[in-house]
Design a protein around this ligand. Structure first.
Ligand SMILES: [Zn+2]
Ligand SMILES: [Zn+2]
Length: 150
């Protein structure tokens, strides 16, 4: 299994307090993660799928900590510039911010410049651009990041 840098994947705990954890995968814009929480002790677990590291937030902690090192997890705002696919990929000047977590001791600081995102196809209604439907923002794969009605 390939890993980034010298970090080895942290094995995901299957149980906490004897209770089985149910891991759910999610994605903001670029940041992909798996999350679970313990219904008994209220500990939150989050695996950064980019680095395969595990972040843990116990009841009473004010932030996530890097499992195995104990360092407070930092976050950086990554900016995704919004482009228009139908106009030669022209930039719109708009950016979508995304919070990206990382361990300042062990993980590479993410770049502040995120991957470009795009306005979905322009939708016309009654001969005019439908502003609501045309405002959806998608990533390179067409996954909707922000719906037009946001
Ligand atoms: Zn627990
Ligand atoms: Zn660390």
């Amino acid at each position: 299994m390939e890993t980034e840098g010298s970090l080895t994947p942290y094995p995901l705990p299957e149980t906490c307090c004897g209770v089985e954890l149910s891991w759910k995968e999610g994605q903001r814009i670029s940041y992909r993660f798996k999350r679970a929480n313990c219904s008994s002790c209220s500990t939150f677990y989050e695996q950064n799928l980019g680095s395969t590291q595990l972040y843990v937030k116990k009841l009473g902690d004010d932030c996530f900590k890097h499992e195995g090192c104990g360092e407070d997890i930092s976050s950086i705002t990554v900016s995704h510039s919004v482009h228009m696919k139908e106009f030669g990929l022209a930039g719109t000047g708009e950016v979508l911010p995304e919070e990206f977590p990382f361990c300042p001791k062990h993980e590479e600081r993410p770049s502040e410049y995120g991957s470009p995102v795009y306005y979905g196809p322009v939708v016309f209604r009654d001969g005019a651009i439908d502003a609501n439907e045309s405002q959806a923002i998608v990533d390179e794969t067409g996954r909707v990041i922000r719906s037009g009605l946001a």
